[in-house]
Design a protein around this ligand. Sequence first.
Ligand SMILES: Nc1ncnc2c1ncn2[C@@H]1O[C@H](COP(=O)(O)OP(=O)(O)O)[C@@H](O)[C@H]1O
Ligand SMILES: [Mg+2]
Length: 348
Amino acid sequence: MINQKKDTPTINRVDLLIRSQRINTDRVIFRLEVKMNEYAVRTEHLSCHFGAIRAVDDLSLEIPKGIVFGFLGPNGSGKTTTIRLLLGLLEPTQGTACVLGFNTRTHSEQIRNSSGALLEHSGLYERLSAHDNLEFYGRIYRMDRSKLGARIKELLTHFGLWERRHEHVGNWSRGMKQKVAIARTLLHQPSLVFLDEPTAGLDPVAAASLRDDIAALVQSGDVTVFLNTHNLPEAEKLCGQVGVIRNGKLLSVGTLEQLRMEENPARVVITGSGFTQEILDQLKTQAIAKAVIQHNSHLEITLSNPANISRLLGFLISSGAQVDEVRKDKASLEDVFLKMMEEESNGA
Ligand SMILES: Nc1ncnc2c1ncn2[C@@H]1O[C@H](COP(=O)(O)OP(=O)(O)O)[C@@H](O)[C@H]1O
Ligand SMILES: [Mg+2]
């Protein structure tokens, strides 16, 4: 049975206030709509345990609409389980999840109708052509025949497969099958698509081509993508935001830029000349820098404190060095990711 009020305590409270006529109804309804529609996915303390295994552990996450959200983590970290929870295919042990405004415990059918998902299996029938596979799924979604035909053409054209639409997919490469499988998730124009490691097992060329297609898709329509991946370049190419998960726990969430800065707020690169060994030694003895690496024309400095930048520059210039350029150094995403995994396995 559907129990909307139980699931949405915020509405419950506002409802009471409205009934007691203490607030203006129009404004409240408007504000509620904005709040509920803001996020494609929202979880609070979401957990899923299989016996002693905490596949997903206390996950609280808000994913705005219209972005590609990358869920990044090594094998066994809980990515697929999270998607299954968000689709309402698994019951959470604890916590709640709202997807497109629907509670996963009570409205999973609505969630599955308004989203698309590519999980481990492509769901394609090998003995059917690409066109017939899509037509079959379109009928399952009860799509109008003429609209379905146009949509199939649009999607297969997008993926560069329209000319080959009558071939059996069983003879196709894995990369081509994945494209049809993604087209299948998009048939009914869902506003949210879950892709679980879509490029896993593809050769580099096929993976790159599929990433280009996904990138173009996101630019062309207002669809939110929840993308599971353990591939960093993929996340870098596609994702407006990422969450890093390990052993079921969310370690960090934000834009890739934020993740890099978060891990490395104190690294600067200084280009110039006249950096003598004496100057470099003094940077450490005066506790301005923790580490200094000298390259031909630049220094890589890890400051003792990110606020030390003006002390650093003042010292270099007063010591007779010439400073031509100063910039904050960004860690590579790989550095950041590996550091997070290390910290977690050290119990940090
Ligand atoms: N149905 C299940 N029964 C028992 N353990 C499971 C089940 N599904 C997943 N797990 C375990 O939960 C953990 C997370 O798995 P999964 O979500 O598939 O990770 P990922 O997709 O990041 O590789 C793993 O330790 C996995 O073995
Ligand atoms: Mg998985």
